[in-house]
Design a protein around this ligand. Structure first.
Ligand SMILES: C[S@@+](CC[C@H](N)C(=O)[O-])C[C@H]1O[C@@H](n2cnc3c(N)ncnc32)[C@H](O)[C@@H]1O
Length: 240
């Protein structure tokens, strides 16, 4: 899998879970772990701000942040209930812990390989890889961006991948505002995410939509975009 450079990763030293998104996940956590005593793994958890929020809201929780960026992991506040692992999702199978909650917050679209189809396989493989790490009451939580096509649902996903992964035009795509220029990014439409999840051994318990984003008309036309929004999937293993 390709890795972004530190200069590109720097922009992820932020927190995407705003108060509205927090309410979405909080509702699920409090229904399924009413005592607040759960363990979690935040895959691609970067600077740890989301883990810190879980730890401070649920004082009986304990968690691990896994990320392959030393830079982002170094931004983590230390906490006796938080463990850090510097590794790639490619090695998830080697983890020996079990977790009640496994989160993927805006990670999956970064699992870029040498082609679009390889990238889609990387995404599916990362989701499958966490299933053996779940406890019997385990839940998987996924925040992702939905890039829904205007007439052809999956077209923006292909276009954005092709443009951003092309090294020859990286200077141009960077100027156009693509932070992942030269490496690539694989946003999917809501239907594509659902399809991907349907091919795993997870069951969708709840899907929640965030508000639609405003998109400048020129981008909407150029990238064949119907709308973009963030969505949240809350899943359980089929055996639970
Ligand atoms: C868009 S950022 C999201 C960070 C954090 N989850 C959040 O919501 O603020 C993507 C994160 O995925 C991490 N990442 C990308 N590829 C990875 C991989 N193969 N293994 C582990 N982490 C990865 C990046 O280092 C970065 O922290």
């Amino acid at each position: 899998m390709k890795q972004l450079e530190d200069s590109q990763l720097e922009t992820f030293d932020t927190e995407y879970v705003n108060d509205k998104r927090w309410q979405i996940i909080k509702e699920q956590i409090e229904r399924d772990f009413p005592e607040g005593d759960f363990t979690f793994l935040d895959v691609g958890g970067g600077n740890g701000l989301f883990a810190d929020r879980l730890l401070s809201n649920y004082p009986k929780s304990r968690g691990t942040v896994l990320d392959n960026s030393e830079l982002l992991l170094s931004k983590n506040k230390s906490n006796s209930r938080k463990n850090l692992i510097c590794d790639s999702v490619e090695h998830l199978a080697q983890l020996d812990g079990k977790y009640d909650l496994i989160c993927f917050n805006w990670l999956l679209h970064h699992l870029v390989g040498n082609s679009y189809s390889e990238t889609r396989r990387n995404i599916a493989a990362a989701i499958e890889a966490v299933i053996p790490l779940l406890t019997s009451r385990g839940r998987v939580s996924i925040f992702e961006n939905m890039y829904n096509g205007l007439l052809f649902d999956g077209l923006p996903s292909h276009l954005i991948f092709t443009l951003t992964s092309n090294q020859a035009i990286a200077g141009f795509t960077k100027k156009m505002g693509a932070n992942t220029a030269g490496v690539g990014v694989c946003f999917l439409s809501q239907k594509q995410w659902v399809e991907t999840l349907n091919h795993t051994s997870l069951n969708l318990l709840k899907y929640s939509d965030d508000d639609k984003w405003g998109i400048p008309l020129k981008w909407q036309i150029f990238l064949h975009l119907g709308n973009i929004r963030c969505g949240h999937f809350w899943l359980v293993t089929q055996t639970c």
